[in-house]
Design a protein around this ligand. Structure first.
Ligand code: CFM
Length: 485
């Protein structure tokens, strides 16, 4: 397998031709065509994790999104205050499908939005007093809340509020942890720094604060699974069936206690390396806990990961692992037998946050689909190094692509499926290109594990082979000739 390297190089160059010289030169550094050499050892010259070019439509989010939305938000028994003006909380409310068990408003607050709703007077005179009042109100209204996190929005940093002092004072007064998180949206170049800041806050205010009465040789943590559409549940059952004991889930369907006892585990299993690598590194250094990455998208990667995890434990776990694989393999083969003939050879392009653009490749390939281009919103060099080996030669790998670049690529590569986010979705529908939302799983999921693959395969089939696409003439332009854009 492989795509035409020279043709795809030219394709990217042609697309970038539309830019002024400076922009062209800059954006060129964010594209690379996979070759035998880059596949072998990606000495990525590809630029990443740098500021988006002003004037283009970037798909990136902000630091607050990375902390409140991604890392802290799913911790279900804490109340997370969107501290600042109302917009950040309002517009991010309920947009990430991190499922959690419990009773909403009683011991589970994930689907609620609590904001300090800054007004002009708070900006002028500071919002610290208001924050104290809110903390007291939360304690009174939600007596089963185990703690509070203060997720700073931009103005809090700009006006110099001392949320650390307020949090310290209120921790004492209310006798529960109140964690200040300095995730103002202006920090860094994307949501990625928000992940880092959120990880550091866990390390500084929560890590190691509780004990675990009984520990065992098979205690593990699931790190970096946010239970989107139930992903962490579909993963956890496989680890448990293998005989491991999951003591903490970070942070999908997670609790404050799970953050506090995680340092007692024997091994950290990390799914999303991008958003939580900082924590596994820290736990390795501070507590000597080894960590390993795994990938539960699609049966091939899941078998491989289960075996790699089992290899870190004893013969009992290894035998159990083979039993688990033997149990599910016939089901997975049946799914592949059913859907692969309907999806074989379909061309896919992906643009997702910082992990799934590489982690889902195996799941598509299990269905005979081919990834012709993939890219990330906010990945770093280490993510690209993990991506090149998994992609075929000639495929296009891109960083922080603009809306224009993506749309041009999709049309010129004549793809059969686009996988990206809600900001992209309807544009592709209008172009007549089948589309799956690969952040929210398009209100479906889970996609992790064996349970997830059944749904993934069905979803891809019903999207790609939906008869509605026959009503489109793909050659029709979205913009009529001569329309001003
Ligand atoms: Fe990790 Fe994620 Fe992702 Fe991510 Fe995200 Fe997400 Fe994502 Mo959207 S933590 S990097 S910041 S796997 S919210 S659950 S889907 S961009 S690829």
């Amino acid at each position: 397998m492989g795509l035409d390297i020279e043709a795809n190089k030219k394709l990217v160059e042609d697309i970038l031709e539309a830019y002024p010289d400076k922009a062209k030169k800059d954006r060129k550094k964010h594209f690379q065509i996979n070759t035998e050499e880059t596949k072998e050892s990606c000495s990525c010259s590809l630029k990443s994790n740098i500021k988006s070019r002003p004037g283009v439509m970037t798909p990136r989010g902000c630091s607050y999104a990375g902390s409140k939305g991604v890392v802290w938000g799913p911790i279900k028994d804490m109340v997370h205050i969107s501290h600042g003006p109302v917009g950040c909380g309002q517009y991010s409310w309920g947009t990430r499908r991190n499922y959690a068990n419990g009773t909403l408003g009683i011991d589970n607050f994930t689907a609620m939005q609590i904001t300090s709703d800054f007004q002009e007077t708070d900006i002028v005179f500071g919002g610290d007093k208001k924050l104290e009042i809110i903390c007291r109100e939360i304690k009174e209204m939600f007596p089963l809340a185990k703690g509070i996190s203060v997720q700073s929005e931009c103005p809090v940093g700009l006006i110099g509020d001392d949320i650390e002092a307020v949090s310290k004072k209120m921790t004492k007064e209310l006798e529960m942890p109140i964690v200040p998180v300095r995730c103002e949206g202006f920090r860094g170049v994307s949501q990625s720094l928000g992940h880092h800041i959120a990880n550091d806050a866990i390390r500084d205010f929560v890590m190691g604060k509780a004990d675990l009465a009984e520990t065992g040789p098979y205690d593990v943590n699931i790190i970096g699974d946010y239970n989107i559409g139930g992903d962490a549940w579909a993963s956890r059952i496989l680890l448990e069936e293998m005989g491991l004991r999951v003591i903490a889930q970070w942070s999908g369907d997670g609790t404050l206690n799970e953050l506090e006892i995680a340092h007692k585990a024997k091994m950290n299993l990390i799914h999303c390396h991008r958003s939580m690598n900082y924590m596994v590194d820290h736990m390795e250094k501070a507590y000597g806990i080894p960590w390993m990455e795994y990938n539960f998208f699609g049966p091939s990667k899941t078998y491989e990961s289960l075996r790699a995890i089992a290899a870190k434990f004893d013969a009992t776990i290894q035998e159990n692992c083979e039993k688990v694989i033997a149990k599910y393999k016939p089901q997975m083969d049946a799914i592949i037998g059913k859907y692969r003939p309907r999806l074989e050879g379909k061309k896919v392009m992906l643009l997702i946050g910082g992990l799934r653009s590489r982690h889902t490749i195996g799941a598509y390939e299990d269905l005979g689909m081919e990834i012709v281009a993939t890219g990330y919103e906010f990945a770093h060099k280490d993510d690209y190094e993990r991506t090149f080996p998994d992609m075929q030669t000639g495929s296009i790998i891109m960083d922080d692509p603009t809306a224009y670049e993506l749309e041009e690529l999709a049309q010129k590569m004549n793809i059969d499926l686009m996988g990206s986010g809600v900001k992209e979705k309807y544009v592709y529908h209008k172009m007549g290109i089948p589309f799956r939302q690969m952040h929210s799983w398009d209100y479906s999921g889970p996609y992790h594990g064996f349970d997830g693959f059944k749904i993934f395969a069905k979803d891809m089939d019903m999207t790609v082979n939906n008869p509605v696409w026959n009503l489109f003439d793909k050659k029709e332009k979205v913009q009529p000739e001569g329309a001003s854009v």
